[in-house]
Structure formats: C-alpha cells, structure tokens
Design a protein around this ligand. Structure first.
Ligand code: SF4
Length: 694
C-alpha cells in the first residue's frame, strides 16, 4: 500500500490505451500526478480499470521522452536540437521544396489512433487544405479498415451497433477473432459477468483463449478454425441457419433488401458451404458448426464481438460482411443485447476513422468524390479540395520506393515497427527526402527521419477520444506539456509555417468546426460533454442526447444489404519448408508494440514475447519448454523462446508482439485485405527450429 497523502485536486480524463475508453481520476499533489484511479461515474467502465490504464502515467514522465525538437540534413547525420520555430521552418521548407520539385501529390501524412479526435481532424485538414491532396491515412489501415468497409457496405456506417451496457441483455455471444480478457479487459469483465448469469458463449478462434475455459466461464462451443478460414466458418453458420429455416424472415422482409437476401440465401445454401464441406477446409467439426449456428439463431438475443483476428486477413472485409449477414439473417440488430460490435484495439480507432483520416473520406465517412460534401468543406476552409482519393500507407511506401512520394508527416505512429514487411517499410522511408516524426519517443521510424517534433502525452492536452461504442469521452489536461506544446498546437504551428492562417486557441474550437461540418457530430460540443459526461454519436438534432443503439428502425443506408461471401484461400500457403501457421495476439499487461507499456510499471509482468507451440510440434522438432527457437518465414526470421501448450492446435504457433526484439513484422508477409489493404498479420507460414538464441 502506497501512502500518497491527500491529493490537492483531481482531474477526470480518459485512458489512452484500448478501445474500451475507461474514465480515470488523475489525482494530483500540486503539479505532480500521484495516482490514477478508475472513475466510478465513467460510463464505459463504471469504476473499473485494468492494469494497463492504472499505470499509464508512467510513460508520460519517462526519461526517454524527447523534449526538444530536432532536425538533421541527412538520416546518417547526428540529431541537432533546435527551437520550435527553427524546426517548423526547416520542416516547412523541406515539404514545400518537395512539392515544388515533385508535385503536390508527392507528400502525405499518417496519423495515429492514439491521437485525439481534434488532432486527427487537424492532420487530415493539413493534408487536404495545406498539402492540397488526399494523401492521409491512419494506423486504422492496419487494424480495423475492413470494419469500415464491411459495415459501411452492409449497414451504411462504419461503427459498432451497440453500447457496452447492451451486453447485459444478451443471451448468446459469439466472440470471433478477439481475446477480450487480454485486449479489452474491462469489457471482458462485464461480458464474463453476463456469462456467469447464464448467457451462452461461442468462441471462434484458432487458439483456446481464456474465455473458452476460464475458471468461472466455459464456452458452449469453441470452433478452433485453421488460421485464414474465417469466411468459410461464417458462411457455414449462415448455411445452417438458412437451410434449417432458422432465419428471422419477418425482420429480413421488413429491414433488408429481399432480392439481395434471396441471392445470398441461394449462395449459402450450396453444398460446398455445408458444415461437412467446411470441416475439410477449416478443421472445425461439422457437428460443432451446426450446434453453434442453431444456438446463435435460436438462443434469444445474439450479439457478435470481434477483433483483429477477423480484420487482419486477406479476406478481412469479407468476414466483416459475413458477420453482418449473420446478424441480419437472425434479426439480431436494433435492440439491446444484440448487434455487431468491433472491439477496437486502440483508444481512438473509431475517432480517427470518424475524423476523415482515410484517403477517400472526409470527416463523417463521406467520399471525397461527393461534390456536395466537398463544397461544404471548401466553403469553410476557403480552398479547393482534391476530388480523387489519395494514397493509403502501403501505396505511399510503394510510391516512395518508386521515387514519386518524397515527404511524410508521421504523427504518433511507428510504422517501421508496426507495419508489415519491415524491409519494404525501411526502403520506402529511406527513399524519402523529408520524414517528420511527431512522437513521445525516438521510435524506430525516427531512424529514417529528418525532423523530430516531440509529442505530448494524453495527460498534457485537452481533447476527446471516441471508444468502441462510439462514445466521445473528454481527455483533460492534467499537467502542462513537458515539451511546450500539445500535439494539436504542433500541427497548427506546422500548418502555419506551411502558409495556413489557422488560429485555434483551444481544442473545443476544433470540435465546434467538426460539429459544423459533420452531421453525426452536429450536436457535439465541449459544453455538452461537460454536461453529460460523454455522448455517443450520432448526436444531432434527431438525437440530441446521442445514440446508444444504432439501426433501431432502419439501417443508416436504408435497407440492410446481404452480400455473398465467397471464401478465397490466402496466397500464404504452408509447405514442406514452412509447415506451420503463425498467428499473433496480445497479453493483458502490454499494449501493441510496447512503446508505452514497456516504459511503465507494467514491465514487471512481461519482458519478452514467447512462441506458443503445441507439445507434439515441439517434440518432433526437439524443442523443450523455454528453449530458444528460430522462427522463419518466407519474409525473414527472428529468435524467441518457446513455451509448450495445447492452447494452440498442432500445426499452429502463436506469439505476442509487444517487445521490439521479437521483430514480429520481419516475419509477416505483404499480403493484405482485398478491399482495404489491411495487412494479413494473422496468417504466416513458418518453420520453427531449435536455436542458440539471438
Ligand atoms: Fe480500460 Fe482499456 Fe485502459 Fe484497460 S487499457 S484501463 S480496459 S481503456
């Protein structure tokens, strides 16, 4: 027990890690933050938190923070500390010079889902109104971009349909490609509570995750599919529902396009989608597929929760569509206890997508080709907006290697560590003439940077994050930015150095502009957030108090759209050289590539990533518990220690990716989702062999 004395005051703010978006009380003694405690009135967490959030403040004061701007002529030169004005002038001159020489499409930005809504909005505005192109992308590209596509196509908007409270009304839960216990712990506690009260659980995951057989919760069905076969499993569930007449025909007739449903029903009814045929493809027992489908269709309110095990595949978008199809087939949309719920990995994945960070969409998911929408922005911004979608992150890197993309402003994102095919990312960065990294720490990407803007932590700025249930939560400044400016101010300074006349003095003004331009945010303001604590979009004249549940009377797009989900095997194949399939995930105490959690008290729970391997696969390779192994794929190889477990099936290995030494993305392929280019992180053919360590 640590005696912190009596705090002088406290500030309510929001956790900057996962998409649950827990509210915290930052307890202060003068200017010193002494403790973070979960806020009992926080609507997403109701007084609970996990071990990540409680210790998050550690990284804000870590000695590795860079507190002065830095520049260098070439990436092999030493860094030179400079003043903010000097850094801005250097960065702006470089970017302007590049555009003069190579054209306005030669530069772009990457923003992060760790940034606030206001920061994300400003970064895309910088791209569209200052760089004058649409080359803006976000790290959501590599996690939930298929959610954007899949739910946009079927329902008409890219967002989870429910609030977290909804889980208290569910009777049957499907968890597919997610591990809430580790990835979304506070939501997992609510889910487990509901399961303990009798709700049934179906887990679809190659690995026997904690929810399958935790001490107080047992899944009714675990479908341990072969990695990469989500679409086949989801389509087989639909086959059973349709061929056994378990669908909700009244709902479909009233709420969905009937012709499209008939086409879909004919498709899923084909024998190649039967459980027996699917068992051959996926390894999931036909009986289990049938039983799971019957339970979901007939067990009462059915809710689906999914994560990156759905999206990070070559058919990520198809699986999201398949999940939406299942919900529409069974009428599990538009009331408490049902729905389709993406569990967002980062705190503001939802918000960064809402804010127009993708290269084809303006804020509020409106296509840049839409003349009427563009003109609204053009009138307010006083510029002409490009009507062609810009480059996605992989396209930027390809163009850089080809010599046509030369300048990048990268805010809050370490693409060298987090994006697939590390060698290609490095080649792209090395080919650029100006890379600006804006971050708390000198990250791996900064090895290729010419300018470093020191970033501010979530404790040092005002703003908002939007969590996985579309809840807009306030982020409040607890202490002054250690390096002088909040991130939104840094972006504004850079825009001004590029010639823009931006004059925001507080993020609330940025939110007012967002509300003016974005119908789903029209009723959002800092005043409302103070009054209500938080609000879920859409929040506008039709829903002034926000919208906990979506699609109650009709889908955003009008009629729900059924779309065929043809299974196409990934191009990543196992064979004699690479006979095992590697898939990846997280552990409770760590967050993504670990840049933050490794700089907090959480390090005591994790100092390396381990390779989980089935005892049979280990034995035939002469690998014992704790041995170092070489993990090799067609892309590269790395070393890590093995742990033997039957949580993974024979033929499948698994690791986390929190430690930089693991270099998980040296292994991963450059295959990606057909619709969105979301990388196929979850399926890599590998070989495992004994080694002497790194
Ligand atoms: Fe809540 Fe997620 Fe933060 Fe944990 S990491 S405290 S679950 S928001």
């Amino acid at each position: 027990i640590i005696d912190i004395g009596t705090p002088s005051h406290s500030v309510i703010t929001t956790c900057a890690y996962c998409g649950v978006g827990c509210s915290f009380k930052a307890e202060m003694r003068g200017d010193e933050l002494v403790r973070m405690t979960p806020y009992k009135h926080g609507k997403a967490n109701r007084g609970h938190s996990c071990v990540k959030g409680r210790f998050a403040y550690g990284y804000a004061s870590h000695k590795d923070r860079i507190l002065n701007p830095m520049i260098r002529e070439n990436i092999n030169d030493p860094w030179q500390e400079v003043s903010w004005p000097e850094a801005m002038e250097f960065a702006a001159n470089r970017m302007k010079g590049i555009q003069e020489k190579y054209g306005r499409q030669s530069v772009g930005v990457i923003t992060s889902s760790r940034c606030t809504n206001e920061e994300a909005y400003l970064v895309q505005k910088l791209t569209r109104a200052v760089f004058m192109n649409n080359n803006t992308d976000t790290c959501a590209r590599v996690c939930h971009s298929p959610t954007g596509y899949g739910l946009g196509q079927t329902f008409g908007t890219s967002a989870g349909t429910q609030d977290f409270d909804s889980v208290e009304h569910t009777d049957v839960v499907i968890v597919i490609g997610a591990n809430p216990t580790d990835g979304h712990p506070v939501f997992a506690s609510r889910l487990k509570k509901r399961l303990r009260k009798g709700a049934k659980l179906i887990v679809i995951d190659p690995r026997r995750i904690d929810l399958v057989d935790s001490p107080h919760v047992k899944a009714a069905h675990h479908l341990p599919l072969r990695p990469g076969t989500n679409v086949a499993v989801v389509t087989a569930l639909a086959h059973v529902i349709v061929t056994e007449g378990l669908m909700d025909e009244a709902f479909i007739r009233e709420r969905c396009d009937w012709d499209e449903f008939q086409d879909y029903a004919e498709f899923v009814s084909q024998p190649n989608h039967s459980p027996e045929a699917t068992e051959l493809l996926t390894g999931v027992k036909a009986d289990e597929l049938r039983a799971a489908a019957r339970l979901y269709a007939t067990g009462g309110n059915g809710a689906i929760y999914y994560g990156l095990g759905v999206t990070e595949h070559s058919q990520g978008s198809t699986t999201v569509i398949g999940i939406a199809n299942l919900a529409m087939l069974t009428g599990n949309i538009g009331r408490p206890g049902v729905g389709v719920n993406p569990l967002r990995g980062q705190n503001n994945v939802q918000g960064s997508c809402d804010m127009g960070s993708f290269p084809h969409e303006l804020p509020g998911y409106r296509h840049v080709k839409n003349d009427a929408v563009r003109s609204v922005f053009e009138d307010l911004w006083g510029v002409k907006i490009d009507n062609e979608p810009g480059l996605r992150i992989p396209n930027m890197l390809d163009a850089a290697v080809e010599g046509t993309f030369k300048g990048l402003y990268c805010q809050g994102e370490d693409i060298l560590q987090s994006d697939p095919d590390t060698k290609h990312v490095a080649a792209g960065l090395a080919a650029m003439e100006c890379v600006i990294v804006h971050d708390l720490f000198l990250n791996e990407t900064a090895n290729y940077a010419h300018v470093f803007f020191p970033g501010s932590s979530f404790l040092e700025k005002d703003g908002t994050f939007t969590n996985a249930e579309r809840r807009i939560n306030r982020v409040r400044k607890v202490m002054a930015p250690r390096q002088g400016y909040a991130d939104w101010e840094v972006t504004q300074l850079f825009a001004q150095a590029m010639g823009a006349n931006w004059t925001y003095t507080h993020p609330s003004q940025i939110m007012d502009e967002i509300a003016l331009l974005t119908p789903s945010f029209a009723g959002v303001s800092y005043e409302k957030l103070e009054e209500m604590g938080s609000v879920q979009w859409p929040c506008n004249e039709a829903s002034p108090e926000g919208t906990p549940l979506m699609h109650i009377d009709g889908f955003v797009r009008g009629k729900g759209k059924f779309i065929r989900t043809e299974y196409v095997a990934t191009d990543e194949r196992t064979g004699p050289r690479f006979p095992l399939l590697l898939t990846t995930g997280r552990i409770l105490s760590q967050y993504n590539v670990g840049a933050q959690t490794r700089r907090t008290a959480n390090v005591i729970w994790h100092d390396e990533d381990l390779l989980e391997i089935h005892p049979h696969d280990a034995e035939v390779r002469g690998v014992k518990e704790g041995d170092w192994v070489r993990l090799a794929s067609r892309s590269g190889d790395t070393s890590l220690r093995a742990t033997l477990t039957d949580r993974v099936s024979p033929g499948v290995v698994y690791t986390t990716f929190h430690h930089p030494d693991t270099q998980a993305n040296v292994i991963t392929t450059d295959f990606s989702d057909w619709a969105t280019n979301c990388p196929e992180y979850k399926v890599t053919a590998v070989q495992v062999s004994p080694s002497n360590g790194p």
